[in-house]
Design a binder for this molecule. Structure first.
Ligand code: SF4
Length: 695
């Protein structure tokens, strides 16, 4: 038997995995040496081996319905992109990529689009999960940085979980937190409109109303200020905006009082405020419930404000902690996978654009941000984008207003899809389909939520003619005439170039510095142990935490507290509607194109269920397990109801996963309004008015 060490393909915990194989046998185990999981895996990770079914795979390139050899497919992609650029300009072309790509894939995609095609039009499905955290980090710290480390969860005395069902969405981190609580009595506060399994380990559950995070953390900030828990010496020396942030928080206090009374949570809120004020070692973890909102960035800053005001950042056991959804959302952020970022965490400033253009020797450097996900599909719908290349994601199911996304793709003159599985909903609209390597075949790196970079290592031969995404893009770039800049034959060359770009003309001004790896050879890359950034050339070790010194990467080196005010998401029940919240089930991933293949993962929840409070169910004459119709102006879903007091009256919940192959009419994305946060352009998935009817 042979053991190959790699990483899990799913969530942002980024667990290390051991694949033990020989003959027909394959065993998947947790890697005991990996700092993210120390040998633990959740049900999805343990079932990775059951998703390697070759029957489901896209095995050969297909152009206009016919299987073709790779050179023909590459030529078709290159010539159609080129023809579009020649006739309509570079902004008529777009890439929509994925946090499932490896950093090396992402790097090549970003370089090809922003340096050579000459447009900023590359965005990622990570826009849907953590772009509000990115925008909030940049406003507060001056750069997109998660300052902490997973060991902070072992060392904290209080962990606040807001907008996160950690037990289902990041199970191994939940297990770690549970173990810490058992060992040292860590207090845990869960802030969530729903009662979820995460509440099983909570000392306090605050069922805040949907969209109440800014109000709650504003109230906390005012309390910290009033009780003297915010040390003025720290904020005077290291933070701008304290006074304005406190004034904004105080202006919303009356609203918080009213909301607390309406929701019956006054005592819980007071207990939370006291606990936070009294406890020095506090970690506040936030995730999609915070990010996926029309004011997601403000919510992030409301949380970060409380840590900045109290100097609870950058030291063991304390800090705000953004939990990402996907395995490599962070790696994508690092190379420029978001349309508003250039590369290596640089913005589209004239200096940075010039720097990256010189580094790449780019002939057609993009000089402005491109279109972000919702805007990108609107532009496809309206004919402003005429060629789109979608990689490793299924926007026909996952995007808000998914019905319009399907219409957009059906109208688009050139749709190219690279994926490892065949027959996804998005591929129905593709003119060109390209077989990409799957999890067990790919080699490269990923970055998890605490900045740990890990190697993903292939251990099985590619199915059919599948190629690595970076190989596919490299071949297309060469066919478009840019072979000199895209000479890659191995992912180490790409990782080296990415590392060198982070260090290029850096001089310590940019925290994302991987200069230590700018000359890495293929042997060291192959054996690379989990590491972190920053790791500049000459440093002895990577930096575990940032900002302990009170120095931030802003022009004046101070952090910024942001004055934020509460925004009511949508008034529920005004016209008989219920407010739809969406999220994950424990054992499924994204649109189920892979986890849907593992039979043991369907045992937990075999079908999508609409969670509804007994009072609403009685009013609407809905019986438990009966079919209901969930609809609004944009779309509909037909699912069974689950009557539960976990759900507050007036609010319902649907999982996000089911695609057309798994259920006839249960696409949650088709119901979601394309409302986005003005700073991050992240869609609001958590508060959509719907009508529910018994069938
Ligand atoms: Fe994979 Fe996340 Fe589960 Fe870890 S917690 S095994 S990374 S899905």
């Amino acid at each position: 038997m042979t053991t190959r060490t790699t990483t899990c393909a799913y969530c942002g915990v980024g667990c290390g995995v051991q694949a033990v194989f020989g003959g027909d046998r394959l065993e998947i185990k947790g890697d005991p040496e990996h700092p993210a999981n120390a040998g633990r895996l959740c049900s999805k990770g343990l079932a990775l081996g059951d998703t390697l079914d070759s029957e489901s795979r896209l095995k050969a390139p297909i152009v206009d319905g016919s299987e073709v050899p790779w050179p023909t497919a590459v030529e078709a992609v290159a010539s159609r992109l080129k023809a579009t650029i020649d006739e309509f300009g570079p902004d008529a072309v777009a890439f929509y990529v994925s946090g499932q790509l490896l950093t090396e894939d992402y790097y090549v995609a970003n370089k090809l689009m922003k340096g050579f095609i000459g447009s900023g039009n590359i965005d990622t499905n990570s826009r849907l999960c953590m772009s509000s955290a990115v925008a909030g980090h940049k406003r507060a710290f001056g750069a997109d940085i998660v300052p902490g480390d997973y060991t902070d969860f072992d060392e904290a005395d209080l962990v606040v979980l807001t907008g996160s069902n950690l037990a289902w969405c990041h199970p191994v981190l939940f297990q770690r937190l549970k173990a810490a609580k058992e060992k040292r009595g860590t207090k845990i506060v869960v802030i969530d409109p729903r009662r979820t399994e995460t509440c099983d380990i909570a000392d306090l559950h605050i069922p805040i109303m949907p969209g109440g995070d800014t109000l709650l953390f504003g109230g906390l900030l005012a309390h910290l200020d009033a009780t003297g828990a915010a040390p003025t010496a720290y904020s005077d020396n290291h933070v701008d905006g304290y006074v304005e942030a406190i004034e904004a928080a105080k202006a919303d206090l009356e609203k918080l009082t009213v909301a607390a009374q309406e929701r019956g949570i006054k005592e819980e809120i007071n207990a939370f405020f006291d606990l936070f004020a009294k406890t020095e070692k506090v970690v506040t973890l936030y995730s999609m419930g915070v990010n996926q909102a029309k004011d997601g960035t403000d919510r992030v800053n409301a949380i970060v404000n409380c840590h900045l005001a109290t100097d609870r950042i950058g030291r063991p056991g304390m800090g705000p902690f953004s939990m990402t959804g996907q395995p490599n959302a962070m790696g994508g952020r690092e190379v420029g996978g978001l349309a508003n970022m250039l590369a290596a965490h640089m913005d589209f400033t004239p200096e940075a654009t010039d720097r990256v253009a010189r580094f790449w020797d780019a002939p057609n450097m993009a000089t402005k941000p491109g279109r972000r996900a919702v805007d990108m599909f609107d532009a496809i719908h309206d004919g402003r984008i005429k060629a789109v290349w979608i990689m490793a994601t299924n926007p026909a199911v996952s995007m808000p207003n998914a019905g319009k996304v399907r219409k957009a793709l059906s109208r688009c003159p050139t749709v190219i899809v690279s994926d490892c599985v065949a027959g996804t909903d998005t591929q129905k609209y593709a003119h060109i389909r390209l077989p990409a390597q799957g999890w067990s075949e790919k080699d490269g790196t990923v970055t998890n939520s605490d900045r740990t970079i890990s190697r993903q290592r292939g251990f099985s031969a590619p199915v059919g003619e599948a190629r690595a995404d970076w190989q596919i893009m490299t071949a297309v770039a060469q066919a478009m005439g840019w072979g000199e800049a895209f000479p890659y034959t191995h992912p180490v060359q790409i990782f080296r170039e990415h590392a060198a770009l982070t260090a290029f003309e850096n001089g310590g001004s940019r925290p994302l510095d991987l200069g230590a790896f700018a000359d890495i050879n293929s042997v060291d890359y192959e054996t690379l142990a989990p590491t972190k950034w920053p790791f500049p050339k000459g440093a002895e070790a990577p930096q575990k935490r940032l900002f302990a010194d009170g120095i931030f990467p802003t022009p004046n080196r101070k952090a910024r507290m942001i004055a934020v005010r509460h925004q009511q998401p949508v008034k529920k029940g005004a016209d008989g509607t219920l407010l739809l919240n969406t999220g994950r089930y424990r054992d499924q991933w994204h649109t189920m194109t892979r986890t849907g293949l593992a039979h043991k993962l369907t045992g937990h929840r075999a079908e999508p269920l609409l969670d509804i409070h007994p009072r609403d169910a009685a009013r609407l004459a809905i019986a438990d397990k009966a079919f209901v119709s969930v609809r609004n102006d944009r779309g509909s879903a037909t699912v069974r109801a689950r009557i539960t007091t976990d759900q507050a009256p007036g609010e319902v919940f649907l999982p996000m996963h089911w695609n057309d192959q798994c259920a006839a009419d249960a696409r949650t994305g088709s119901l979601i309004a394309p409302i986005v946060d003005p700073h991050s352009a992240q869609p609001a998935f958590k508060a959509t008015p719907v009508r529910v009817q018994a069938l």
